[in-house]
Structure formats: C-alpha cells, structure tokens
Design a protein around this ligand. Structure first.
Ligand code: HEM
Length: 134
C-alpha cells in the first residue's frame, strides 16, 4: 500500500528529530548529574524513558517501511542493524539503571548507554535523505 508507506516515511523522518532531541536532553542531564553528584530523580528517569519510547516508535515505523520495500540494499541493512544496536543500548541502559542502587551512579550508567546509543544513531542515520520531509 503506497499510502501507508508515504505516511510511515514522513513520520519516520520527523520522529528522528524528537529522538535526537530527547537523547541529547537525557545525555545532558546525565553528564551534569554525574559532575554535580546530583541524586537520580524521576525527571532523569522520564528523560531516558522518552528517548527509549521514541526509539520504539521509530522501530515500528521503520519495520513498516522495511516491509513495503521491494529490495533491501546494503545501505538499508546497515541502517536497520545499526538502529537495532542503538535500541538495545537504550533499553539495556534503562534496565541497568533500574537495577543499580539509587544514587548518582545512575547518571554514569545513563551517560554511557545513552551516549553510545546516540553515537550509533548519528552514524546510522541516512543523512543524504531529506532533513525535513513534506
Ligand atoms: C530498528 C529500527 C529502524 C528500522 C527498522 C528502520 C528502517 C528504515 C528503513 C527501511 C528506511 C528506508 C531506507 C531507504 O529507503 O533507503 C529508513 C529510513 C530512515 N530512517 Fe530508519 N529505521 C529504524 C530506526 C531509525 C532511527 C532510530 C532513526 C533516527 C532516530 C531513523 C531515521 C531514518 C531516516 C532519517 C530515514 C530516511 C527517511 C527519508 O527517506 O526521509 N531510523 N529507516
């Protein structure tokens, strides 16, 4: 269905920015929390949650797009594989944070996992595609 593909690709293009912004906000909170030895708060948790849920939405949209493609090129496979790693890092990070003692050590875990996830995302985004799709 061409209509569904169009909607999914436009949404996937825009949600990218929400994911990047949510990730940068969560990472900034984590780094400043680590440096200031600030206790981990529910606002910090919300930050990593928004980043992870954004990635989940991108995955769903991405799989819809993938299912409507006739062929998968090497570029597409690398994109999907990279994003699967980023998704895993974000979710494993949240689990590790939840299981670690409540304290400023959680900011260190968030810095590592969100930071690595964001890095993989930045390298896996096809920047040749339109930045703002209409
Ligand atoms: C496992 C998760 C994901 C899957 C399965 C997926 C799948 C896809 C597929 C199949 C395409 C079309 C490729 C093409 O036609 O060349 C695509 C394009 C794209 N993806 Fe993903 N993706 C995922 C995650 C993400 C994430 C996390 C982001 C950014 C935060 C992202 C950003 C983009 C962008 C910007 C495009 C280009 C869209 C356009 O043509 O305007 N993707 N994705």
């Amino acid at each position: 269905m061409a209509g569904m593909y169009q909607v999914a690709i436009v949404a996937h293009s825009w949600v990218r920015w929400l994911v990047l912004i949510a990730g940068l906000v969560a990472l900034a909170r984590a780094i400043s929390g680590m440096q200031g030895r600030r206790p981990w708060t529910s606002a910090d948790d919300r930050g990593t949650f928004l980043f992870a849920i954004g990635l989940d939405v991108q995955t769903l949209l991405g799989l819809l797009i993938y299912a409507s493609l006739a062929t998968s090129t090497r570029r597409v496979i690398e994109h999907v594989a990279g994003m699967a790693v980023a998704l895993m890092l974000a979710h494993v990070g949240r689990v590790r944070i939840r299981r670690s003692p409540a304290g400023d050590g959680r900011h260190r875990l968030a810095t590592i996992f969100i930071g690595l996830s964001l890095l993989v995302i930045l390298f896996s985004i096809p920047w040749a595609a339109p930045l703002f799709r209409a």
